[in-house]
Design a protein around this ligand. Structure first.
Ligand code: COA
Length: 376
């Protein structure tokens, strides 16, 4: 108990084990594993849908199972008239993360999960299938006043999303890079948004409420929103020299550099960084923007070696080189992490106990009630 209180005083539940999970190890000496598989192997060899299957079923699919899983997701891509009407009501000025949250909440209202959760797998396929459609539909509506036709036929979520976003055939490398980043973003143990999802699921709420709650947590720049914030940081510098001076100044002013540091990984760093950095280099290694990114990394390595880049730093430039607008970076994170959230929701439900911790009370001692007329 006293050790628990000491850790609580560090703040943010740092170092506190808040529950059991079979899904992922993060920073436990063997880097990042999903159900025991090293993230490097998954990122190098898998399609994102294989990883989503692994997270939600506990085993990698065989060829037949993958074909079936993709077919089921593909069949769930459609937007109903009600969903389209709701999406078109969201203005261009809105944060697209609120759009994602709205769509998920609307699914809960329009296509509810059964109270006994017996159709949870169908709802997971629906989320994986429809969220890319919703994001592309909204983006085209607010950007060009057009309703897109969704006439592409890609099996993969990466190909389907990019082809509908750009309304043209994406380069093969772009699909591969996005596929890789979806795998890297899919799952990360008890991070803030996943923990939010589990807390919500522990009340026996429905899957859409738990995912909508998680999206709210992912939006913040200390969590998923860091990829967009990292892009703004990189773009704020015109040259390598400018970046070196600017980052030094920011550190002197004790400002946060978005895309650096992590609650769990120490000096060893985030194992996802090297993988996504290679994709960023492949897509835009000869650009000034990539050189500026490396200059920022170099200054941080020199001045703050305990704060290596996390997965968000080079995801930002990687997405940028694919031509993805910056304000869609965090919603893309949703398209991926929904696989991890739903895996945790299922795990929580399978052995549920209401998550309801205590606080360490630091408020006033019990005192006399003061009637309204006597208050100062
Ligand atoms: N840039 C500059 N300084 C940073 C930093 C960063 N990215 N991350 C942490 N620090 C500093 C803090 O200011 C703090 O300094 P202090 O001891 O002088 O007050 C110290 O390092 C410890 O940081 P703290 O915020 O207590 O660590 P945390 O575990 O609570 O935070 C993050 C983890 C991820 C929230 C934090 O590193 C951060 O804000 N990073 C930027 C946002 C980001 O990239 N988020 C995505 C995470 S995957």
């Amino acid at each position: 108990m006293s050790e628990n209180i000491a850790k609580t005083k560090q703040g943010g539940l740092a170092g506190i084990i808040a529950g059991e999970s079979k899904i992922c190890t993060c920073g436990l000496g063997n880097g990042l594993n999903y159900y025991g598989y090293d993230i490097k192997d998954l990122a190098a060899n898998c399609e994102f849908e294989e990883v989503a299957y692994l997270l939600n079923r506990g085993e990698l699919p065989n060829e037949r199972e993958l074909i079936d899983f993709r077919r089921v997701i593909k069949a769930q891509r459609g937007l109903s008239k009600e969903l389209k009407d709701l999406i078109r009501a969201v203005p261009k000025s809105a944060n697209p993360m609120n759009l994602m949250q709205l769509v998920v909440s609307a699914l809960g209202a329009l296509e509810p999960e059964k109270d006994n959760f017996s159709n949870q797998n169908e709802k997971i396929a629906r989320l994986l299938g429809v969220l890319p459609s919703a994001l592309c539909y909204w983006y085209h509506w607010v950007s060009y006043g057009e309703e897109i036709a969704f006439n592409t036929d890609y099996e993969s979520i990466a190909g389907y999303f990019l082809s509908n976003l750009r309304q043209k055939e994406p380069k093969e490398d772009y699909i591969k890079a996005l596929n890789c980043s979806l795998i890297l973003y899919a799952e990360h143990e008890f991070n803030a948004s996943t923990f939010t999802a589990r807390v919500c699921a522990s009340t026996r709420s429905d899957i859409f409420s738990a995912v909508a709650a998680a999206i709210g947590s992912l939006r913040g720049p200390l969590h998923g929103g860091a990829n967009e914030a990292a892009m703004h940081l990189i773009e704020s510098f015109d040259s390598v020299e400018d970046a070196i001076i600017g980052v030094n100044n920011m550190l002197e002013r004790k400002e946060l550099l978005m895309g650096f540091g992590h609650r769990v990984y120490g000096v060893g760093g985030d194992p996802r960084n090297a993988i996504i950095k290679e994709w960023s280099r492949k897509l835009g290694g000869d650009t000034d923007l990539f050189k500026v990114s490396e200059a920022i990394e170099m200054v941080m390595k020199d001045k703050k070696p305990n704060l290596p880049p996390n997965a968000d730093f080079y995801s930002a430039s990687c997405y940028h080189f694919m031509g993805i607008p910056t304000d869609l970076f965090t919603p893309i994170f949703v398209l991926s992490r929904v696989s991890g959230w739903t895996a945790h929701i299922k795990e929580q439900r399978a052995n549920n106990k209401l998550i309801r911790p205590n606080s360490l009370y630091i408020g006033p001692e019990p005192r006399e009630f003061v009637p309204m007329g006597e208050r100062k």
